[in-house]
Design a protein around this ligand. Structure first.
Ligand SMILES: [Fe+2]
Length: 445
């Protein structure tokens, strides 16, 4: 199957894009302080901001950590489910963790152009996708504006795919993190021991035949365009395959790859994710670094578990490097091999990357550490070798089981005969539900 998402001819020309960068990532977790400390100790983050009992937040605890431009928010609840008086936000966090496990809830973007995003939603008759604070619900096409001691913060929140949301923030007149949060001294200004740079891309796994409609969602409401794609003819192993399309913001700083499974002999890593996450969600976040050798070495010394790359990978890559044209790789191949880092390259540049094992209990979310040298790809040259490594781990978990191929083929044949429009299943929520409202109440306050 070849993916056809229209390439935006105006990419790179909009001086005021809808989304200009990643802002932060919110994880819903059972124990925010523990997870935050895990990231601090193992990945070099610094504590940045906090809200909890000490700041007057009676129900939610949120620890914010920062490493240069990478900001994570670890959010959890500190009161039981269904306690009276009922609070739907609290119940929805409990529900999210129970259904999906610890993981990503919100991929937040920076913007100086909220008015245009809302105008676009109005023009597409899609303001139902906006979720803002409860007292704004009657006029939910408006941007929420909060004034406090740090200045004025404006934001909107858009219902994403499945249970993931996107908060889009204009912080041009705001000096804090978010309303309700106290900054933690100046610890975050100290130089981190492990240097991370910024979020490079944020990947979501979709279920069967959901990739195109998901990409269309980002095109319609975020003005993203197709940046890169691969299909099952390029990404396959003996057992499984996938489709992937990368959608990018107008300035190509925000990149959101979208994966879906393709037909194979065994259950693919995407299907394993969908099973254990109970549906689509964020599979991995790639963090860009300037010195991957130094970062990976320090992370390994701290105890971060990365996938194990076999020696045969390096035998193949050394042959490829001898045969194919590429710029000089500045890093020592000996160090790259010793640390198990993956290499992908073309005539003009190269990238170095490595993936952690799943971070939480479920085999769902993980990190990628990536260093780019004039190379904007996503490691397609490594996909086959990488997926074979992932399948070994999948097998150890008892999840590399046979696919019901006849069922999948039958399903595919039926869908191939339908019109393309019919094939795109609706995945966007049509109305604001109680859960959406619950997510919105006090979300940022
Ligand atoms: Fe990636």
């Amino acid at each position: 199957m070849t993916v056809e998402i229209e390439i935006n001819p105006n990419s790179n020309t909009n001086s005021n894009p809808f989304c200009k960068d990643f802002d932060h990532i919110v994880f819903y977790v059972t124990s925010p302080k523990l997870v935050a400390n895990y990231f601090v100790k193992l990945f070099g983050f610094k504590h940045y901001a906090y809200k909890g009992l000490e700041t007057g937040s009676r129900d939610i605890s949120s620890t914010v950590i920062k490493n240069n431009n990478v900001i994570f928010v670890l959010t959890g609840v500190i009161r039981p489910l269904h306690k009276e008086p009922r609070n739907r936000l609290i119940d929805s966090i409990h529900h999210h963790i129970a259904v999906h496990g610890d993981g990503v809830k919100d991929v937040a973007f920076k913007s100086d152009n909220l008015d245009s995003i809302v105008d676009n939603l109005i023009s597409k008759n899609s303001t139902h996708l906006l979720i803002n604070k409860v007292n704004d619900l009657l006029s939910y096409s408006k941007i929420t504006e909060v004034n406090d001691k740090f200045g004025t913060l404006k934001y909107i929140t858009i219902n994403g795919i499945n249970d993931t949301i996107h908060t889009i923030i204009d912080r041009s007149n705001y000096k804090g993190f978010l309303p309700g949060y106290e900054l933690i001294d100046d610890e975050f200004q100290l130089k981190p021991l492990i240097e991370l740079g910024s979020i490079d891309h944020c990947v979501q796994n979709q279920d069967w035949d959901q990739m195109i409609s998901t990409c269309q969602f980002y095109k319609d409401y975020f003005s993203f365009h197709k940046f890169w794609s691969v299909d099952e003819n390029q990404v396959f192993t003996e057992y499984s395959a996938l489709h992937s399309t990368v959608m990018a913001s107008e300035n190509e700083i925000v990149k959101m790859p979208v994966n879906e499974p393709a037909i194979g002999l065994k259950k693919s890593q995407i299907e394993e994710f969908i099973e254990f996450n109970n549906g689509p969600g964020i599979q991995h976040i790639a963090i860009k670094v300037d010195n991957i050798i130094d970062s990976i070495k320090k992370m390994k010394d701290s105890g971060v578990e990365f996938i194990n790359v076999p020696d045969s990978y390096y035998e193949n890559i050394e042959k490829k490097l001898k045969l194919e044209k590429h710029p000089k790789i500045k890093e020592s191949l000996k160090s790259i091999k010793k640390l198990g880092i993956l290499i992908d390259f073309d005539e003009n540049g190269y990238l170095l990357q490595l993936f952690t094992k799943p971070i939480f209990e479920r085999p769902t979310f993980f990190f990628e550490i990536i260093q780019r040298s004039n190379h904007n790809g996503f490691g397609a040259g490594n996909f086959k070798g990488l997926f074979e490594v992932l399948e070994k781990d999948q097998e150890m978990r008892g999840n590399l089981t046979d696919q019901d191929i006849e069922h999948k083929l039958e399903k595919h044949v039926i869908e191939e005969t339908e019109t393309p429009k019919k094939k795109i299943k609706p995945v966007i929520k049509e109305e604001i539900t109680d859960d959406d409202i619950a997510d919105a109440i006090n979300y940022l306050a």
